[in-house]
Design a protein around this ligand. Structure first.
Ligand SMILES: NC(=O)c1ccc[n+]([C@@H]2O[C@H](COP(=O)([O-])OP(=O)(O)OC[C@H]3O[C@@H](n4cnc5c(N)ncnc54)[C@H](O)[C@@H]3O)[C@@H](O)[C@H]2O)c1
Length: 291
């Protein structure tokens, strides 16, 4: 029997990228899926993929920033698919800008979708799970940006750090009710949202991005979906309140250059510094050895 046979999942932002991959993967694991997105055409396409995996799909058009739409979307999913066991609060947007220029509207939109949208989704889903009385699994899409930020991306990062912290609080509230809640921190994943950072295959932007990632590739939505399947599956029954990175090692390589990049003029300089350090170490070594 498939691991998630008999379960019903609800995925927001399921009409593209990571959300679509999550919907398909959960279906492959045996779940029927409520496919929700503000983009109806994208959601319908995903629903076709879920059905192609042999499971039921129910499409709802829903803006996660609207409490009414989220509640109606979850109610319609339960009505159509019978129950709710798994929820992936994935929908998100990115609005980049400097503190001098970012319009209030863009700041507010980002908060409303990335932070309030996750709150509204989790609240409505958790209430339904509590009503059913037999637990549940909730996964929220944070980001590596929950812990790394910089110019232009600080607003997005603030929303994702918020998701990470909300999840920690919710784990304490929902754990006694048998519901786990975890956050995922994707690094650079190949989706329309991340195109400005990851570029297209063969582009200079792509080449540079890949060089900065220890595993030397841009992540695929399926990489994140695999973690979602784990968190929704039997092996994660004792995991809650966690923030799990799926970033190819990017977090700790984020200095922006790699010592094995032959085109980077800093490489030769770096090698000289290393050599000087070696000479200095040789001098000090006898003193260190005296113990
Ligand atoms: N791609 C990455 O590198 C990356 C990295 C870290 C985190 N993330 C996060 O992963 C999640 C999915 O992003 P993605 O990369 O798949 O992007 P994407 O743009 O491919 O997909 C996002 C989906 O969310 C939907 N959406 C946008 N606003 C919505 C709203 N108000 N209500 C409902 N749906 C809405 C879009 O229509 C789209 O289908 C986001 O939360 C994003 O912040 C992505």
């Amino acid at each position: 029997m498939a691991a998630l046979e008999g379960k019903v999942a609800f995925v927001t932002g399921a009409g593209s990228g990571i959300g679509r991959a999550c919907a398909v993967r959960l279906a492959q694991e045996g779940a029927d899926v409520g496919v929700s997105d503000i983009d109806l055409a994208g959601a319908e396409e995903t629903a076709g993929l879920v059905q192609g995996a042999g499971r039921k799909a129910h499409v709802t058009q829903c803006n996660v920033a609207s409490q009414k739409q989220v509640e109606e979307s979850i109610a319609a999913t339960v009505e159509a698919l019978g129950r709710l066991d798994l929820c992936v609060a994935n929908a998100g947007i990115a609005r980049a800008g400097t503190v001098l220029e970012l319009p209030l509207k863009e700041w507010q939109d980002q908060l409303d979708v990335n932070l309030t949208g996750v709150f509204l989704t989790v609240q409505a889903a958790a209430r339904r799970m509590v009503e059913q009385g037999d637990g549940g699994r909730i996964v929220c899409m944070a980001s590596l940006a929950a812990e790394n930020t910089g110019p232009l991306s600080w607003g997005y990062a603030a929303t994702k750090a918020g998701v990470r912290m909300m999840v920690r609080g919710w784990a304490g509230e929902l754990g006694p009710l048998g519901i786990t809640v975890n956050a995922i921190g994707p690094g650079l994943i190949e989706t329309p949202l991340a195109r400005p950072l990851g570029g297209d295959a063969g582009s200079k932007v792509r080449e540079r991005a890949v060089r900065g990632i220890p595993l030397r590739r841009i992540g695929q939505p399926e990489d994140v979906a695999g973690m979602v399947a784990f968190l929704c599956g039997p092996d994660a029954s004792y995991v809650t309140g966690s923030y799990l990175l799926v970033d190819g090692g990017l977090r700790d390589a984020a200095s922006g250059w790699s010592p094995d990049d032959p085109n980077d003029p800093r490489v030769a300089e770096f090698a000289r510094y290393l050599q000087d350090a070696g000479t200095r170490n040789e001098k000090l070594q006898p003193l260190i050895d005296e113990r």
